[in-house]
Write a protein that binds this ligand. Structure first.
Ligand code: MG
Ligand code: MG
Length: 248
C-alpha cells in the first residue's frame, strides 16, 4: 500500500525532514581530516535528540549507529568507528530522523579537504543526477520517469548506477512502498500522486556498477575499489512538482 499523506502527516514529515537537513548543516564544518566517523556519529546523535527526534537508523535491522558513514569505495551503510578521515577522502553521510512517528531521510557526499578532480566530478555529477531525477516528479508522472532521468544523467558521464539499492517511500516507516529505482523506462511503474512522500537517492560509481558486501554484514563497497557517491532527498509529490522536505 502506497500511502497518501494527510495535511497533519505532511506537517510532521516537514519537521522530521527539517531536522535531518539541519543535522547535515551541523555536521558539515566537522568533516575535516583527523575526525573519526564515530565522532561524527556522536555529534549527529546528540543533535537529533536535542531537536526532540530520534535517529531512524539506530537499531533498524540491528544497525548500530545514528548515521551511515561511507568513505571512498564504500557505497552505503558504512558503520561509524575509529577510522579517521584523511585529506582527499570523500564521505557519504546518510541521516534519518523520526519526529512524532514520522521520518526524514537524506544522504550527502562531502569532500574531506582537497580532493582529486575525478572525485570532484563524481560528487558534482551525482548531485546533478539527483536533481534530474527530482525534475520528473509531479502528480501523474510515473516512478520509471525518475529512474530514467537519473540513469540518463549518469550515463552521460559514464558513471556506474548501483542497481541493488533503491529509493523508497517515507512516512511512519523510514522505508515504505514504493521502491524508487535509479534506473528505468519512461512511462512505466506506479503513478505518482500528490501527497506521496518518497526518497530519491542515486548511488553512482566512478567505475563499475557492481557492488558487494563486506564481512560486517552492512557496508556495501564497489567491486573495483573505485569511489562511489550518494545524494538523497526526501520529497513531497505535489500537483505540479515536488517539495524537498530535507532541505539544507
Ligand atoms: Mg533512503
Ligand atoms: Mg538515506
Amino acid at each position: 500500500m502506497i500511502s497518501i499523506k494527510s495535511e497533519r502527516e505532511i506537517e510532521l514529515l516537514k519537521v522530521a525532514g527539517d531536522i535531518v537537513g539541519q543535522t547535515h548543516n551541523f555536521l558539515k564544518p566537522y568533516i575535516k581530516p583527523g575526525i573519526t566517523t564515530k565522532e561524527l556519529d556522536d555529534l549527529a546523535y546528540h543533535f537529533i535528540l536535542d531537536h526532540d527526534a530520534t535517529p531512524s537508523f539506530k537499531g533498524y535491522d540491528g544497525f548500530p549507529a545514528t548515521i551511515c558513514a561511507s568513505i571512498n569505495d564504500e557505497v552505503v551503510h558504512g558503520i561509524p568507528g575509529n577510522r579517521k578521515l584523511k585529506e582527499g577522502d570523500i564521505i557519504s553521510i546518510d541521516i534519518g530522523a523520526c519526529y512524532k512517528g514520522y521520518h526524514g531521510d537524506s544522504a550527502w557526499t562531502y569532500p574531506v579537504g582537497k580532493i582529486s578532480k575525478n572525485k570532484e566530478n563524481l560528487l558534482k555529477w551525482t548531485e546533478e543526477s539527483l536533481f534530474e531525477g527530482l525534475k520528473a516528479i509531479k502528480h501523474g508522472a510515473r516512478i520509471g520517469d525518475i529512474g530514467y532521468n537519473i540513469e540518463t544523467s549518469a550515463s552521460k558521464h559514464h558513471l556506474g548506477v548501483v542497481k541493488e539499492l533503491v529509493g523508497h517511500g517515507v512516512g511512519t516507516d523510514v522505508h515504505e512502498e514504493p521502491d524508487v529505482p535509479n534506473y528505468g523506462k519512461k512511462n512505466t511503474g506506479i503513478v505518482l500522486k500528490s501527497g506521496m512522500v518518497i526518497a530519491v537517492e542515486p548511488m553512482l560509481n566512478l567505475g563499475t556498477a557492481d557492488v558487494c558486501m563486506l564481512d560486517d554484514g552492512w557496508t556495501v563497497v564497489t567491486d573495483d575499489g573505485r569511489p562511489s557517491a550518494h545524494f538523497e532527498h526526501t520529497v513531497l509529490v505535489t500537483d505540479d512538482g515536488y517539495i524537498i522536505l530535507t532541505k539544507r
